[in-house]
Write a protein that binds this ligand. Structure first.
Ligand SMILES: Nc1ncnc2c1ncn2[C@@H]1O[C@H](COP(=O)(O)OP(=O)(O)OP(=O)(O)O)[C@@H](O)[C@H]1O
Ligand SMILES: [Mg+2]
Length: 261
């Protein structure tokens, strides 16, 4: 990427479903060129916040900005055209289509009129990141492993050339090895200048690659930390340890992390 990195901001945003607000007066800045992780308990409203950024939910109040451009009223395709890529938590590929067909849809969503050469170049750049799926271009997405499907979903967002990427639990359900390689791929994408906003339950791995971390609980932002200080903060630990403790090995890892800090 040669274009300058761009920030994403939410100002005083409340949003939800029907008459019920799930996120309340959220102020959030994802700084240009950085990885910001949003963490919080199940049901905190993380995916709701992400859907609001992507334009799938209209805020009841507040505004959303890419750099100096207000995007609050833009529908999802126009946000995508403005450079916002989004990988949802679920149903993020077409399982009955091949790897290549999924990538082509991701590309043509933004670059409708461009020629085959541009698709081939973009496809090559994306598949360089994911050797596992590069080896299986004709495979139906539904026949890939969970990890490979997540890589394809990320590839479909990347192939459009976003300047900001929204990732809702990119490592959910993956084996530890895939968690690491998925987050390494996210770090590589960020190094090319893409601003990343990521929700992650694998918080230890997430903070490894992130610059900033935000805690969302009960639909409210509870604070923001440099990523490497996040898990040693007592406030984060008390809001969070219940969920972390249910995952084998993680409680110990957090304790070690905190005592080392
Ligand atoms: N489509 C919907 N219609 C009505 N309520 C919803 C809808 N989607 C989510 N909710 C509610 O909004 C609240 C927050 O859900 P959300 O999916 O944003 O949480 P989350 O933090 O992403 O949780 P998780 O960690 O489990 O993914 C929950 O109470 C949920 O039941
Ligand atoms: Mg969620």
């Amino acid at each position: 990427m040669t274009a300058p990195s761009r920030s994403l901001r939410m100002l005083d945003v409340s949003a939800g479903y029907g008459a019920t607000d799930i996120i309340h007066t959220v102020n959030l800045t994802a700084s240009a060129g950085l990885i910001t992780t949003i963490a919080g308990p199940n049901g905190a409203g993380k995916s709701t916040l992400m859907k609001t950024l992507a334009g799938l939910l209209r805020p009841r109040q507040g505004s959303i900005w890419i750099g100096e451009q207000e995007i609050t009223a833009l529908p999802p395709p126009r946000r995508a055209a403005a450079g916002l890529g989004y990988v949802p938590q679920e149903r993020n590929v077409f399982r009955n289509l091949s790897v290549d067909e999924n990538l082509r849809i991701g590309f043509e969503f933004i670059h409708r009129s461009s020629g085959g050469g541009e698709f081939a170049a973009a496809r090559g750049r994306v598949l360089d990141l994911f050797p596992d799926i590069a080896a299986r271009p004709k495979a139906l997405a539904g026949t890939l492993s969970g990890g490979q499907r997540q890589m394809l979903a990320l590839g479909c967002a990347l192939i459009a050339g976003p300047s900001i990427l929204l990732l809702d639990e990119p490592s959910a359900g993956l084996s530890p090895l895939y968690v690491t390689s998925m987050l390494d791929a996210v770090a590589a994408v960020n190094l090319s200048g893409v601003t990343v906003v990521m929700i992650e339950q694998n918080v230890i791995e997430a903070v490894r690659i992130s610059h900033e971390a935000v805690l969302l609980a009960g639909g409210e932002i509870k604070g923001r930390w440099p990523a490497n200080e996040f898990l040693s903060d007592p406030h984060v630990r008390s809001s969070f340890l219940g969920g972390i403790a249910s995952k084998p090995g993680l409680r110990e890892a957090v304790s070690n992390d905190a005592s080392a800090a």
